[in-house]
Design a protein around this ligand. Sequence first.
Ligand code: NAD
Length: 510
Amino acid sequence: MAVVERLDGEPGERRRVRLASPATLEPLGVLEIDDAIAVRDAVDRARKAQVDWAAADFSERARPLEKAARLLAANADAFVDRIIAETGKPRTEALAAEILTAADALQFYAKRARHILADRTVPVHLLKTKKLRVTHSPLGVVGIITPWNFPFLLALNPSAQALVAGNSVVLKPSEVTPDSGRLVAELWAEAGLPEGVFELVQGDGETGAALVEAGVDKICFTGSVATGRRVAEACGRNLIPCTLELGGKDPMIVCDDADLDRAAKGAVYGAFANAGQICTSTERVYVVDAVADAFTRKVIEETAQLRQGAEGEFDIGPMIQAEQLDTVEEHVRDAVVKGARVLAGGRRNPDYRGLFWEPTVLDDVTHDMLVMREETFGPVLPIMRVRDVDEALALANDSPYGLNANVWTRSKRRGTQLAKAIESGCAVVNDCTITYGVTESPFGGVKQSGIGRVNGEQGLLGMSHTRSILIDRVGSRAEAIWFPYTARKTAWMKRILRTVWGTSIGRWLA
Ligand code: NAD
């Protein structure tokens, strides 16, 4: 069973892959793969177009973003239909996570970019004869490489940030979900983006690797740890910056004072939304012994309410990629062999032809199981009982990943302390998964979950080259530090050192 099937062609022909719906396995068409020459051509076109785009003022650059948000609002159903065709997501989920979040991001960057990227005067604390201006200019051409789990949002959002900062963009969407990438390109064209400022190349890993080598000025990569490492190596060789938004194994900690009804619903949503294919999915739960029975019972009750389906109203869709379904199966099998109990699901859904895995709850799990150590990226919720919060914290941090985390307690103070103690790029108290969707929130991982931050102010600054311009305010004949070096100058500097940093009044003034 394959959703992406590589086709054999004649020598010299472009490579092609055949695509099928993950929900029904019905054919979706054939994708022609762009080779390295096509990628270079796209980068060249983007580089030429970037010159005028960078010269445009903020209101001109914000206009396509605002128009794109309006187009999304007016045609939401049409966008959702196309995204669903290649992902099988529930309609409400596609609308909330792909369209609504995208519209919010577009409006935010359209409004705020002018302020965030404005030139600033920064007070100079020592050399009062100088004025410091900090400015932000575009990087040039930004290459964006994206995965299949949120194929529209994860392509549109970084491209909006790059574009409003004055860059042009070459997007390489996942070969699993190329039509969502096409949808982003169509949206930008209809929103009035000048030709060449946004370019789309289609293909698989080879096309992505070609983009990294094609002379772009930055790579924004979202995907797996293994590919991220290859991308980082290539960026290192080419000495270009990159952000790497990689996988996660997000822990959930349930304290003894948690609101268990909300925590159980949050666990089920956090683990099963988008069929568990969210980088910030809840992938492992640590629940304090005193409340473990009650919490687990509620989780099972909530899971039993979920409707899996392929059309109409349903909560859980299919896995989007066939290999990912194999990973889910392997993790559950490994857990069961090592002694885990299946409390719900635990198998492919026999009612469907497509890539459906039943929402699965496991307990009696241990840290030597794949399901507690490696990213499962599917609808699986392993629950582990712990003595107390200290043990939960130690286990949460016993992971090579560090993307997101969630903690559940009635005390917001305790929740914040715990969130700070977890080794992760982001954390949530009494909620889950939403960190990428809150536009202002800088997003990214620690450890193997990634490098750099996207979104919000930091995301926009990351799309810019920050430059210091130091301006002499006085215009004296010569600076004291300039030649010639004399014993008098040395003595004068020592006096300054002693006065400014050697006395308490001096330190206070400095
Ligand atoms: P993947 O790494 O297989 O592919 C991601 C993209 O990289 C695709 O477009 C692919 O064609 C391309 N690619 C593959 N080889 C390449 C190479 N050598 N050079 C350049 N590009 C190459 O990931 P996936 O299976 O599409 O996505 C799932 C993964 O993405 C999960 O691990 C998930 O956690 C992660 N993810 C992370 C975030 C985040 O923000 N941290 C968000 C969504 C998904």
